[in-house]
Design a protein around this ligand. Sequence first.
Ligand code: C5P
Length: 225
Amino acid sequence: MSQSQTAVIIPAAGSGQRLGVGIPKALVEIAALTLIERAAQNLSPIAANIVIAAPPGFEENFRSIFSQAHLSAQVVVVTGGATRSQSVANALAALPVTTKYVVIHDAARAFAPTNLAELVIAQLEAGERAVVPALDVIDTIKVVDERGYVINTPDRNSLRAVQTPQGFTRDAISAAHASGADATDDAALVALLGIPVRVIPGSALARKITTLDDLTWAQELAVRQ
Ligand code: C5P
């Protein structure tokens, strides 16, 4: 059982500017639970440790939330960075030495189910070094230049919309962040090292809460759950 050797990192230091609610997005409440609590609760069963990167200045708010949350995993709060990659790097530095598998999960994907993370871990246990959940894309995607003209149209069959939780061996993710490089997800940094990234089916529940529409979706889902 890998639970004792698994740590979850939750980058939660985003400002939530696109949501426009005036507080860090991770502290937005849906049916009386903040996004960060929901994200941590859903992933707590798979891990011994959870390291959360909080927006600078909000560390104590996060600590106070988790002092009362009673999760089975032990929660540590670190200060987030200026970019998502930096927030993850700060959290990596706080992992216990016993960590073998690292699952990285956006606070904004607060409704991702526990079993999605379990499927990611199962792939790591089977020998993969990097695993990402992803959905097929429905729209035709175009690459566009800065003047607004289409450059090309990648074959839709080879495109996927990638989500979190993403899973890595500790060695792979530490090496990926060692250079201080920046990317919108962690798998991109691991792939730069030539490490194969395994794609598994994602979940509609792992939707990233970014806009007011997403918030409405989350509120309706929370009422139904
Ligand atoms: O900005 P984006 O939507 O890609 O953010 C994805 C996740 O990364 C969010 O959970 C957000 O809180 C986190 N993030 C962070 N540090 C930053 C920017 C974003 O932890 N500087």
